[in-house]
Design a binder for this molecule. Structure first.
Ligand SMILES: [Zn+2]
Length: 293
């Protein structure tokens, strides 16, 4: 074969591989069974589970705000650094909003088993790297504990929890755009993000119809955590004020998170160390007395 023919064939093969990757959907549910193996390969066996919850988001945002936003961040990132995005997932911790309409508060056993079995099933299908992109603050403790518990026995996958660090330059820009200081659940930040990508779901005229101020009803309790703390502070399940939110702020926040997620996906795809350390750890854990002292 002539050298020029060989080069041409290599270019065609590279182009075909690129075209195949480009035509693969980032969404798990949109892949065909035939495409599945190619998606595994293109993603380096990496699956993202964007996690949300069904809960009230003040008087003006949809129940699925956390899920909708987490999926949007995952979408923006996966389009730039290919990974497969798991279907809508909203089984998490939300007991503190059971008094509000629309909350789906599954039992702790179910939320645990659901996530464990989801990871197990993803692994059985060939994903060895599972990334959680969490949109709901009430899931953070659960997810950290779940991550710790993954060491209880050998797993054929590594579990990674997306924890973005704030970029100081972006943080300054965000600060200059923010109009409120007390900004938490369904406040300016969350309202801005929804305005940026799903303005049709924001009922901004309703944002001031309920109070999102901190009632601080357990202020006399010192050095103590208790589960009712959130209800003690924000019985309306609204913390802050969504009314002054802008699309511009939302766009900055979404892109900032997506940029951090892109970096994470790249590092996770390149990561061989986590699985190797898990293997070493479980080998050693089977014979702890042989661990050098
Ligand atoms: Zn939220």
């Amino acid at each position: 074969m002539k050298k020029s023919t060989m080069i041409l064939l290599i270019i065609i093969a590279a182009f075909a591989a690129f075209a195949q990757t480009r035509s693969l959907s980032i969404y798990y549910e949109e892949l065909t069974a035939v495409q599945f193996a190619a998606a595994l390969k293109a993603s380096d066996s990496t699956c993202i589970i964007p996690m949300g919850i069904m809960e009230k988001h003040g008087p003006h945002l949809p129940l699925g705000t956390d899920l909708i936003d987490a999926r949007e961040i995952a979408r923006r990132a996966a389009l730039k650094e290919y990974a497969v995005i798991f279907p809508p997932y909203f089984v998490g911790q939300i007991f503190e909003a059971k008094h509000q309409p629309g909350t789906i508060a599954y039992s702790q056993q179910l939320m645990w088993n659901m996530l464990q079995e989801t990871c197990d099933e993803l692994a059985r299908n060939g994903f060895s790297k599972i990334i959680i992109v969490n949109g709901h603050g009430g899931n953070n403790n659960f997810l950290t504990y779940f991550g710790q518990a993954q060491l209880a026995s050998r797993k054929p996958y590594a579990f990674y929890f997306f924890r973005p660090v704030s970029d100081p330059v972006l943080a300054e820009k965000i600060k200059s755009l923010r109009k409120t200081t007390a900004d938490n659940h369904a406040g300016e930040t969350e309202t801005a993000m929804m305005l940026a990508h799903r303005p049709d779901l924001v009922h901004i005229e309703k944002a001031n119809t309920q109070s999102g101020s901190d009632l601080n009803r357990l202020a006399d309790l010192e050095n103590a955590y208790t589960g009712i703390w959130w209800y003690a502070r924000y019985p309306n399940h609204y913390a802050g004020d969504g009314a002054p939110a802008s699309k511009e702020l939302g766009e900055l926040l979404l892109n900032g998170e997506a940029e951090q997620l892109i970096k994470m996906i790249r590092s996770v795809k390149a990561d061989r160390m986590t699985m190797e350390l898990q293997r070493q750890f479980h080998d050693a854990a089977e014979h702890p007395t042989q661990t050098p002292q």
